[in-house]
Design a protein. Structure first.
Length: 461
């Protein structure tokens, strides 16, 4: 990691969209409060500026003899080095640019040896839960210690052969931190490897691959204030080098020749290029590197301290509102990032989220957050019926099984969380002020015209 002296962060880091005004169903408009960072965080102003500074020099990567091609290639390879530093990678780790965390974990799932057994807690996000060919699912633990014990028992009882544990660093539902280094130690003690899903961890906390002793890490640019379609898989090269390329095509192939029998012989590249076929997303990689540098320079200790303060405000505020239950696996005092999900007695979560949006200009998310088994574990549901990532499923007694999630980070001003806490209290105590916010099939925002002052963005709704 570059050596910088972190400046104290008392103010939010500048992000795009902080002055955007949105219409309210109750009349007038307000400044938008983006409290859905766990889905996609706004771009850091710094990232936007760095992308804009590069844009005139944009060119093809690894392909052209022209000056801008050379410059773009250099920028792309520099981005790899910046990300390696940000993640505290070991010298021989690879950094592969992908589209997202989902893409990174699917790449790894294709690269593991054929007989590799994956071990995954049922509480994982679907991106970590679903890509594996052979997989053992582990029951939801109720403490970090129980997670380690459960993993140890499962690994001890497994047949010989390669094994991979996949675990999230911070839950996208509860925000709770998982005991990553303890799980890594348990995995390694039993001859298994471990990949860290850092989609929610990396934007909030330093991730140190070498210190945590994880074999791979995956994260997404759009949750790390760099919404330009890039993600990262970083870690050990041996399985990656031994695997067939994730995508077949140019860039991954070193030499291709027709065979006498009519087919083709292909010699594939080694290194990151092996799994990066096609023209790489240089703007996405540059944006991620810019975000990594910006967060490093701001200093994680200060960012974490500020986020803890915001988290405490939300926790204390929600605790004062009757009928609000914050979801948790590890208990109310578990260390967490700025991600909290909750349910409100007597409210359907989608209507609650719709009322926050329509009446207060607050953007949160509702649903099952692409973690259906986890939602069932924390809500006590038993239904097999599940909607899409965002949709509600039927819970016990036909009650809808969904929650509201509020999430924030380095760009969040205090006013946003204060408005949110106030709005929750007002809605619970006073009820919705708009007719469609409650008890209706259609969430309230449909009543407002969606007007976006950008070319191609104006809707007649
Ligand atoms: N893992 C976790 C913990 C997540 O929160 C998410 C996104 N919600 C993902 C993986 C998938 O990320 P992406 O959609 O960027 O692929």
């Amino acid at each position: 990691m570059p050596s910088v002296t972190p400046a104290p962060v008392h103010e939010p880091l500048p992000v795009l969209g902080r002055d955007v005004r949105v219409p309210l169903i109750t009349g007038g408009e307000t400044t938008y409060a983006a409290l859905d960072y766990a889905a996609s965080a706004p771009a850091l102003q710094r990232v936007w500026d760095d992308v804009a500074a590069y844009a005139p020099y944009y060119g093809s990567v690894h392909r052209g003899a022209g000056y801008l091609s050379q410059l773009s290639t250099d920028l792309f390879e520099n981005a790899r080095r910046t990300v390696a530093g940000f993640l505290g990678c070991r010298g021989d780790d690879q950094v592969i640019f992908t589209r997202s965390t989902t893409d990174s974990l699917n790449l790894l799932a294709r690269a593991v040896p054929d007989d590799c057994q994956a071990f995954v807690f049922e509480t994982e996000h679907h991106a970590s839960l679903l890509p594996w060919r052979r997989v053992t699912y582990l029951a939801a633990p109720r403490t970090p210690e129980q997670a380690v014990r459960t993993l140890e028992q499962a690994l001890a009882g497994r047949p010989q052969g390669p094994a991979l544990v996949c675990v999230t660093g911070a839950s996208n539902v509860t925000g709770e931190l998982w005991p990553v280094s303890e799980l890594a130690a348990a995995a390694h003690a039993h001859g298994a490897r471990i990949v860290l899903d850092a989609a929610q961890l990396a934007p909030h906390h330093p991730v140190d691959v070498a210190a945590l002793d994880v074999d791979w890490v995956a994260f997404s640019g759009h949750k790390l204030y760099a919404p330009f379609g890039s993600g990262v898989l970083a870690g050990r090269s041996d399985w990656l080098e031994a695997a067939e390329p994730y995508l077949a095509g140019g860039g991954a192939s070193r030499r291709v020749a027709r065979r006498a029998d009519g087919g083709v012989d292909v010699e594939w590249h080694g290194g990151p290029a092996r799994h990066e076929a096609g023209s790489p997303n240089v703007i996405g990689a540059h944006a991620i590197a810019s975000a990594c540098t910006a967060l490093t320079e701001a200093g994680f200790p200060a960012l974490v301290a500020r986020e803890r303060r915001l988290t405490a405000k939300v926790q204390e505020g929600l605790a004062r509102v009757p009928g609000v239950r914050v979801l948790s696996l590890f208990g109310p005092d578990a260390p967490r990032v700025g991600v909290l999900s909750f349910v409100v007695d007597g409210w359907d979560s989608s209507h609650f989220a719709a009322a926050l949006s329509a009446e207060y200009g607050i953007g949160v998310r509702d649903g099952l957050f692409c973690a259906h088994p986890l939602l069932r574990a924390v809500l006590g549901g038993a239904s097999d019926e599940a909607g899409e990532c965002g949709a509600a499923a039927a819970g016990p007694g036909g009650r809808s099984l969904n929650a509201v999630r509020v999430s924030f980070g380095a760009g969040t001003p205090d006013e946003h969380v204060e408005r949110f806490v106030g709005a929750v209290g007002d809605l619970v105590r006073g009820g919705p002020r708009s007719p469609l916010s409650r008890g209706s099939a259609a969430p309230a925002p449909h009543l407002r015209p969606l007007r976006v002052p950008v070319p191609g963005g104006t809707s007649g709704r």
